[in-house]
Design a protein around this ligand. Structure first.
Ligand code: FDA
Length: 303
C-alpha cells in the first residue's frame, strides 16, 4: 500500500468522515462496485453467475469488531443461513469469516465455539470455512484458533499477509495442517517494526512465500492478488506443481482477468462480500487504489 493509501486509511477511520461517507448515500454507490448487495439473495445471484462462468466463490458477510456476544451470535446465524443456501442451491462456494465478527477480542472461547458451529455446518453441506486475516493485534489469536479448529474439523483455511515479517515463520507451522492457505499482500495499516512498507519489499516477500507454498504439495494454496507481476510469477510456479491451487480475486476488481484465467484453465475463486456493514471494507479498497477516491470525490462534486 502506498503512503497515500496509509493516509486514506487514517482519514477514513475518523467518525466524521465515516458519517459523511455513509449518510451521503454516495458511499453506497461506490461500495456497490465491490459489494454484491445488502442481502444474501443478491450475493447468491452473483455466485450463480460466477459459477456459470466456471468460477468458485467465497461469501463474506460483511462485519468486523462486533461489540457484544449477541452481535457475534447474530453473525453466526447469518453465516449458517448462507451455508444452508450453498447446500440447497448446490453452489460451488464456501464462506470467509473475520474472527472479530464472531467474538474474538470479546470472548475468545465463544469465538472458537462459533467457528466450530460454522465448520460443522460447512461439513454437512460439503464445503469449507476460510478465516480472513485482520490487523496485527489479532494475528496470533487468529492463527491459534485456526490451528485448533482445523485439527478438529479439517475443512478450514486461513489467510496470511505477505507484508508481515512474521508470516515467513508462521507459514512453516501452517503448511503441515493441511488446510487451504490464502496468500495476500495485507490490507491494514501496520508499523515498519512488523511490516514491510514499500511495494517492492511486499512483492518480494509475496514471491518468496508463494514459492514455498507452491513447492509444498500437501496444501491448497490460494494466490489472492490482482497484481499482474505476481499472477505471472504464480503461473510460472504452477507448471511443475502437482497439487491443486487457485487464484483468488475480489468481486468488482479485474473481472476480465478473472475470466481470462478460467479460460486458460486455472481455478479462480471470487470473494463476494454482502451486507450492510460495508464501510471498513470499502475504505480498504480505496486505500489500495486511491484512484477510487477520486471517483468518489468526482461524484460528490457532480452532485
Ligand atoms: P495491488 O494493490 O498492487 O493491485 C494490483 C492491480 O489490481 C491494481 O493496479 C489495480 O488494477 C487492481 N486493483 C487492486 N485493488 C484494487 C481496488 N481496490 N480497486 C480497483 N482496482 C484494484 N487482506 C488482508 O489483510 N486480509 C485478508 O484476509 C485478505 N483477503 C483477501 C482475499 C482476496 C480474495 C483478495 C484478492 C485480497 C484479500 N486481501 C486481504 C486484500 C489484499 O491484502 C490486498 O490489500 C489487495 O488484494 C490489493 O493488493 P493486490 O495484491 O491485488 O495488488
Amino acid at each position: 500500500m502506498s503512503i497515500f493509501g496509509h493516509g486514506i486509511l487514517a482519514f477514513t477511520d475518523r467518525r466524521l468522515v465515516r458519517r459523511t461517507f455513509t449518510e451521503l448515500g454516495l458511499g453506497r454507490t461506490l461500495a456497490s462496485r465491490f459489494v454484491a448487495g445488502e442481502v444474501l439473495a443478491e450475493a447468491l445471484a452473483v455466485a450463480q453467475r460466477l459459477n456459470a462462468q466456471g468460477m468458485t466463490v467465497s461469501f463474506d458477510h460483511l462485519g468486523e469488531h462486533v461489540r457484544s456476544a449477541e452481535a457475534a451470535e447474530g453473525a453466526v446465524v447469518d453465516y449458517l443461513a448462507c451455508l444452508d443456501r450453498i447446500g440447497l442451491e448446490g453452489l460451488d462456494a464456501n464462506i470467509s469469516v473475520k474472527l472479530t465478527q464472531l467474538g474474538l477480542g470479546i470472548d475468545d472461547d465463544l469465538c472458537a465455539k462459533h467457528v466450530d458451529q460454522l465448520a460443522e455446518r460447512a461439513t454437512e453441506v460439503g464445503t469449507s470455512v476460510s478465516i480472513d486475516m485482520e490487523d496485527s493485534d489479532h494475528t496470533q489469536a487468529t492463527l491459534s484458533l485456526y490451528r485448533d479448529a482445523q485439527a478438529r474439523h479439517g475443512n478450514l483455511g486461513v489467510a496470511v499477509q505477505a507484508y508481515l515479517h512474521r508470516t515467513h515463520t508462521d507459514l512453516a507451522a501452517l503448511m503441515d495442517l493441511g488446510g487451504h492457505i490464502r496468500l495476500c499482500k495485507g490490507a491494514y495499516l501496520e508499523s515498519p517494526d512488523i511490516a514491510y512498507q514499500s511495494r517492492g519489499a511486499v512483492s518480494s516477500s509475496f514471491r518468496e512465500l508463494l514459492d514455498r507454498l507452491m513447492a509444498f504439495e500437501h496444501t491448497r494454496p490460494a494466490i489472492a492478488t490482482h497484481d499482474e507481476d505476481l499472477i505471472g510469477h504464480a503461473i510460472e510456479r504452477a507448471a511443475p506443481r502437482r497439487g491443486p491451487f487457485e487464484f483468488q480475486m475480489l468481486h468488482g476488481v479485474r473481472s476480465d482477468r478473472q475470466r481470462e484465467l478460467v479460460e486458460a484453465g486455472f481455478n479462480v475463486r471470487v470473494y463476494v462480500p454482502y451486507g450492510t456493514e460495508w464501510y471498513p471494507y470499502l475504505t480498504r479498497r480505496i486505500a489500495e487504489r486511491p484512484a477510487n477516491l477520486l471517483f468518489f470525490l468526482r461524484a460528490v462534486v457532480g452532485r
